[in-house]
Design a protein around this ligand. Sequence first.
Ligand SMILES: Nc1nc2c(ncn2[C@@H]2O[C@H](COP(=O)(O)OP(=O)(O)OP(=O)(O)O)[C@@H](O)[C@H]2O)c(=O)[nH]1
Length: 456
Amino acid sequence: MALQGRKPGWLLDKILGRSTEERLREEAAAEHAADMAPQAASEVEPIPEPPALSPASVYEGQPDFVPAAEPRPLPAAPPTVAEASPDRAAFEKPVDELEGATLQPVEGQPEGGGPAEPIPRLATDPGSPRSEPLPPTSPAAPAAEERGWWRRLTEGMRRTSSSIGESVTGLFTKRKLDRATLDDLEDVLIGADLGVETATRITEAIGAGRYDREISPGEVKAIMAAEIEKVLAPVAVPLAIDRTKRPFVLLMVGVNGAGKTTTIGKLAQKFRRDGLSVVIAAGDTFRAAAIEQLKVWGERVGAPVIARGQGADAAGLAFDALTEARERGADMLMIDTAGRLQNKAGLMAELEKIIRVIRKVDPDAPHASLLVLDATVGQNALSQVELFARTAGVTGLVMTKLDGTARGGILVALAAKFGLPVHYIGVGEGVEDLEPFTARDFARAIAGLDENPTLH
Ligand SMILES: Nc1nc2c(ncn2[C@@H]2O[C@H](COP(=O)(O)OP(=O)(O)OP(=O)(O)O)[C@@H](O)[C@H]2O)c(=O)[nH]1
């Protein structure tokens, strides 16, 4: 019969005046596009365009990263360790404490006597050692966007700035400057986690030529902001994404609860807005809730999430994710990692293994390794940096939860001690509450001063 042997669709082709080969090519292209589209694209909420805001930060309206002009120097390869075969029994058994208290974040613990923000629990993961809430249902709460970054920053930093500001007002109102007052201020600044070095630097700058004279709290704050800015300026470095690396591999490390998973979601949204295709690897296989949380973020921002079950080998997953991201031609691969394993050595061995294994696919990977730090842990952040810098070749920092603490000064101490780039800071759980770090804005916010005057 005449119809026999015809390829399906030939009649439509004939009507539309195209060849069967043309149609097959179109179909293949459509299939590829569907593959690259977010999972369950119809369910993914559209990413709203950011509204035109008056710039509160020099970064507003700019991409959230800078294209790297030159390939970045790679972090030194971490030492090869004996193959860390993940102990499944240990994985499955929730461990509350890491060996060595220095690694433990202080979750939801308020300082200064203020009430902690209640941490909502995720109902679907009752067995998890620590259940997180899913991210907010709207990727960009309009109210948050309308507030602008400067307001979000200063509102978030209020606990830090008001604890310093109240002391400054108390110490410097209608008093002649003397050594005792400066010593008191130094104690306040050290207590606010700025570190001895910066505290001394600030008090010396305030004292220079002003003994026995009245100095207003406003003047003190201005000098303080200027000194803090000097410390922070060298580390306020935007994340450089080398577009010749495809995918650019971003490894996210940090202790449990620091905000890695949330930060990945927030950053993925930024990268997607900037037109990059992103693949996410759910490498925190220790916690089922982290995998689920990431899947939700992935759907929301339109980034495929490569995941395996709880307890799966994270290095193997990272290897597969990099291979797949490469096949898809993705611009970015973001790898989440566990913050808690059976012990500190286990955690570090796993990070080293992940790096070793992904280098089998791309010898330069990871192209950036970001340590996520929770500001509420205060001085503990210093030992976290030391540990992760040694193991995971940390190239930059992200500091979260600056809103929930009076200890935001720790960022200044970190800058003075390590000089590691600080790429982003988080001042809330909302998707818009993470922004590139700018020295002047942060310095003025911490000192409780008005908006960056150079922008007006
Ligand atoms: N207030 C506030 N909360 C934040 C911020 N960033 C993250 N969080 C919250 O901190 C909690 C922990 O965040 P996660 O992203 O799950 O932390 P994690 O590092 O992935 O934790 P593990 O998966 O256990 O390793 C969540 O409730 C987040 O919503 C921030 O900037 N401010």
